[in-house]
Each structure stands twice: as C-alpha cells, then as structure tokens.
Design a binder for this molecule. Structure first.
Ligand code: SF4
Length: 471
C-alpha cells in the first residue's frame, strides 16, 4: 500500500490540520494535550481503538489515564444490554467533569452509535458529548475532531454502510510484539439474537494481497504474533471477486503463517457452519497456527439452534469437536454459550449441559440472553423469567468450570513455550505470558523478557491460569 488513495490522503490532511490546533491548545495549557480511548466489547473494537489511538497520537496528543484526558473517547459495544447501560452510566458521571473543564472533548463511537435511535438518545441525555460517530468511519476521526475543535459545535457523523477503504492510517498497538489484523468486517448470518449485522453491516472481506502486505509490514516492525479478526473468519473471501487472487480462509491463514518472522497465528471468530476440513488440516499441519479454536456453540439444543438461525445442529457441532480433537490432539476449544434464549426449556438446557460434558471445553464464555432491540428474538413473547435464567446459568457455569479445570490440569508439569506479554502488576518480580492454547502463565522474570518466547514448566494449575518456572 505504498500509494495512498483519496480518503487516506484526505485524512492525513486533517491529521495535519488537527496538529496545528492541538499545538495551539497545548501552548495555551503549557503542557501536552492528553487523550484516552476507553474500549468496550470484542477484539474488533479493540483493534478499532488502536486505530483511533494511532490517529490521536499523530495529531500530537499523548496517552493518559481517563481522569486526565483532554480528549476522551468511548468506543462502545452493543452486543448486550448491560454494555449500553455501562456507557450511559460512565457518560452521566462526566457531566460534572465537563462543567469544571469545559474545553474537554468527549466522543462516543462504536457499535452502540450505529443503532437507529442511539445518536438522538445521546444528544438528549448527554448534552456534554461533543463528537458522535459510528463503526464505518473510525478512520475519519481527525476530520471530525478538526470540525469540532474549529467550530466548537456538536459533531455527529454516522454512516449506514462502509463507503470507502482507508487502511494506510496510523495505528497505536497495545503490544509491540503482537497485533490484530482485520480480514473481514460485518456479518451476513443474522442469528436471531444478534445485533452485529445491523450495526456492522454485511460481510466485506479485505483482499488477501492487502492482508499479507500488512502482515509483512507488522513482522518487519517486530510483531511475532498475529490474530486474524472477523465476525466469521471461516467465510472469509466468499464475497471477493473471482480474479485469480482470491483465497479462502485456510489458504490465507497458511500464507500468513508462512510470513517470515511470524511465530504464532490465531483467529477469531469461527462459525461452526463454515468450519472446513481444510482449515482443521491447516491448524493440524502448520506449527505456527495456534492449536486453539474458539467455536461458539450458543446452545446445545438443535431445536433452539434452528430457531436462532445458526444453521448447524448439536450433532454437527459435536462432530466438528470430534474431528478437531482427533486431528489436533492438544487443541484447546473454547466457546460462547447463551442461556435463557426465548422459548428455552429445561430440556433444551439439559442438551447444552450434555454438549459441555461431551466437548469438555477448555473455557466457555457464558452469557444470559440479553434482548437487543431490532432483532427478531427481542420481539418474541416467550421470554424466560429472570429467576429461571439465573438457575440455568448457574448450572451451566458450574459445569463449564468443572470441565475447564479438568482440561487445564492436563498440562500441569509440562514444559511449554510462553510468549511473555507484561510485568505482572499483582505479584512483584513476576511476568505474565500466554501459551499457544491462549492460557495465561505467571512466573518469575523481569521486563527484559517481554515480547520473547521462553520455555516454562507449568508447576501449578490454578484452574484458569498457571504458575510456572522458567527453564
Ligand atoms: S455469526 Fe451470528 S452471532 Fe456472530 S456476528 Fe454474525 S449474526 Fe452475530
């Protein structure tokens, strides 16, 4: 991507213009202008936040804690109702802060703002918010910031769909040695409980050439671990033109793993209906593709899966798990489970418990069903009473924990490579890293190890993490 396209050039021009205004503001204050981006939700949002941070740093702002920020952005999530409530709660408490620091800039972006009535609601209930934008125009932050800083008015810009590609903009990665790489945006699946296709739009795959160029560049910058990101990575490429360059996901992941300097490749998230044998073979065969598959189950009841429009059933799911465990004996399988979907019976919940027992998940993110306005499931009249959901949820959670403890205990005493990520803030003299299966390990070490692979004996399994000793 050596030649910039028009949207990229436009944004760089706005970054330059912002730099002038931020410089003036900074001179008036006699200090740097500070920013903070608060991220809610998934890995896709985390990646968008890295792009927002990259743009803000390029304008001359410096990163700071939330309470010191002159520019404070909330990158929101709307997958669950309580995520929305959290954002409104946080925004509410900022009213007083803004009264005492009127030059502060507060922005809200992300999935929540893409909901039909959200911008109106924010304007009405949080008049101290200055900038509102959506998921399709994250790259235009500099333009919006410039407009607000020069006109001092509320700036709202929400796009219904993606209009342009601007990939060459700056990014501020959380870790210098690992990075997410978007391979597709949006989703075509319309699971009946999910708001993602409405707020992130239809699935759009990036070209394999652009993805591989980005991976190569990241590797040259010292990145050793790549996480390929998409709402459904398994259907990657299906929307691309048949131009001879198109790749399917298993071809793409092999090409990424073959990139010089890349030591680990992960991916998130897989849809069971699109998980191919070729992908399982690629994970089994390629030493750099991590033996970890996050495969959302949602429910173990075939009746509910049909109702959710998931397009697989209990048997197909268990068949996939069987194949994964057979071809990749040390694979870690993690999942998402929704408890209390409309119409769910005790028998349906028993089916879910049965899959948890049979699949013996390494970990599972268990959620109580949350109504999302605008989705078909939210309009149903057979919503499950809260106390029933809580009872079933507790049953599911305790079985999930029992199974994951069992799985984790399998590795105790083994020596495995760990990519060291950070100094452990709770235990002095310790660092924390990750195994190939994505579990955390805490062991004695110092900051000089960050970003490198070390062999660690897993001396004690603590259920969801290990204590270890460097070899
Ligand atoms: S696959 Fe289903 S649950 Fe996942 S993002 Fe798409 S619609 Fe939502």
């Amino acid at each position: 991507m050596s030649v910039m396209n028009a949207p990229e050039r436009e944004q760089f021009e706005y970054i330059e213009k912002c730099r002038g205004l931020i410089g003036e503001w900074s001179r008036k204050k006699g200090r740097n202008i500070c920013y903070c981006v608060v991220t809610f939700g998934c890995q896709m949002n985390a990646r968008d936040s890295e792009k927002l941070k990259g743009i803000l740093e390029e304008t001359g702002c410096v990163s700071a804690p939330e309470d010191e920020a002159d520019i404070l952005l909330f990158n929101t999530c709307t997958v669950r109702d309580n995520a929305d409530r959290k954002v409104y709660g946080r925004l509410g408490t900022l009213k007083e802060v803004k009264n005492s620091r009127p030059d502060m800039v507060i922005g809200v972006c992300g999935c929540m703002t893409q909901e039909k009535t959200a911008a109106e609601k924010i304007k009405k209930t949080c008049p101290h918010v200055d900038i509102i934008f959506g998921t399709h125009n994250v790259h235009t932050l500099a333009k919006l910031l410039y407009r607000h800083l020069s006109e001092h008015t509320l700036t709202v810009d929400i796009w219904d769909e993606a209009r342009e590609v601007a990939e060459a903009l700056p990014v501020r990665r959380k870790y210098p040695f690992k990075s997410g790489v978007n391979i597709s945006f949006g989703c075509n699946n319309f699971c009946t409980y999910c708001i993602v296709p409405y707020v992130r739009g239809r699935e759009r795959s990036r070209s394999a050439a652009d993805i591989l160029t980005e991976v190569k560049r990241l590797s040259e910058e010292g990145v050793v671990e790549i996480m390929l990101l998409g709402q459904n990575v398994n259907s990657y490429g299906q929307d691309l033109p048949d131009d001879g360059q198109k790749m399917s996901f298993h071809e793409l992941i092999r090409a990424v793993a073959d990139t010089e300097g890349i030591e680990r490749v992960r991916f998130m998230t897989s849809h069971p209906k699109d998980m191919s044998d070729e992908l399982i073979d690629a994970i089994a065969a390629h030493p750099k593709i991590c033996n970890h598959v996050h495969l959302p189950l949602q429910s173990g009841s075939s009746r509910l899966l049909k109702d959710m429009n998931r397009r697989y059933d209990k048997e197909r799911y268990l068949e996939l798990v069987g194949k994964l465990r057979e071809k990749i004996p040390d694979v870690a399988i993690t999942t998402d489970i929704i408890v209390g979907y409309p119409g769910e019976t005790d028998e349906d919940n028993e089916e879910t418990l049965d899959v948890i027992r049979k699949a013996c998940f390494d970990n599972a993110f268990t959620f109580q069903y949350s109504k999302r306005t605008g989705t078909p499931a939210a309009a149903r009249e057979d919503q499950i009473p809260r106390e029933v959901v809580t009872r079933r949820f507790n049953e599911v959670l305790s079985l999930v924990q029992e199974m994951s403890r069992k799985r984790a205990a399998l590795w105790e005493g083994k020596t495995l490579p760990v990519l060291v990520e950070e100094v452990n803030e709770k235990e002095e003299g310790f660092v924390t890293g990750r195994l190939e299966n994505n579990m955390s390990v805490h062991f004695k070490g110092d900051a000089s190890l960050i970003g490198s692979f070390v062999n660690v004996v897993l001396t004690e399994c603590k259920g969801f993490y290990y204590i270890g000793e460097m070899k």
